[in-house]
Design a protein around this ligand. Sequence first.
Ligand SMILES: [Zn+2]
Ligand SMILES: [Zn+2]
Length: 339
Amino acid sequence: MLRRLPVYLLLDCSESMAGEPLNAVEIGVHKMLSSLKRNPYALETVHMSVISFAAKAKILATLSEINAINPPNLSIRPGTSLGAALNLLRASIEKEVTKTTAQEKGDYRPLAFILTDGQPTDDWRGPTRQLRETRPSLASVYGIGCGNEVDFETLGQIADVCFQVDALTPESLGKLFVWLTASIQSASVNPEAPLTLEKNVPLEKGMQLIDKDRPPKFQEKNTRLYFHVACQQSKKHYMMRYRFIPERGVYFVENTFPLPEDFFSDGSLKAPAVDSNLLYGEADCPYCHSLGWGKCGFCGHLFCLDPDNIQPQITCPFCETSLTLSDDNESFSVDGSVG
Ligand SMILES: [Zn+2]
Ligand SMILES: [Zn+2]
């Protein structure tokens, strides 16, 4: 029997990845698959599976030969359920990977790459323990933290080896996938020694190895807030991203992103409510380009609002209650999520 090198990709699809970063990951996976398809060693040995995680973890591709894998479509969801992804990884390995027995050699030891830009929002300790309780543990796990809001203390306990990718830009993420592709190719030539990937393949510019005994301090919690909004005109959903400005103690709008139709289907993750007086800046609705937003006093959801053209009567795009807007500039609390 041909021994396979199973490679599991665990991809963070939380709100903080919205827009360019998630696009860059999609393109990266796409390019990686086409390079591996042209590499005879990889083609013969590597089998890959793709798991996404946000509010839930989901298998996007079960373990299959490279030629049989279609580049996955990634979509944004609230939350970072890394624990759930680790459970899914363990269950998949137990089901898909052939164990070595006295009679025959099974598959090579699986490689798992976890790409994340934040900290887990669910329990990861139990799933990590279960993944590691067998000796040797079920897979060689690489933790790849992207950007500067990664909790490396946590990632270091989950993964055997940790890297940081300096920024969540298309350029940096593109380079990461160049490294990943070269590493998987090198592992496919010598699948017995995959844990030295970082020594076999020089890291790309902008990537650095993290010393797990001295991980960079993780202090900046909740530096960003995400709010789900519906467009009054189109009824489509979008997300407003605010960034905390510590010197001023307020949040400033950073960007808005369109959200998929089924965004709310996985349930959402609540952050502590924020006073609307602490939120600054014009948040451009990606559909009708209104620069403001309001809150439905009935269902509590947010909707876009054109501050220069406020109608006396509007209908909430969520609960369809007709609302009379108060113009008394009173502050109100807004429920967001932490992505
Ligand atoms: Zn709108
Ligand atoms: Zn409503």
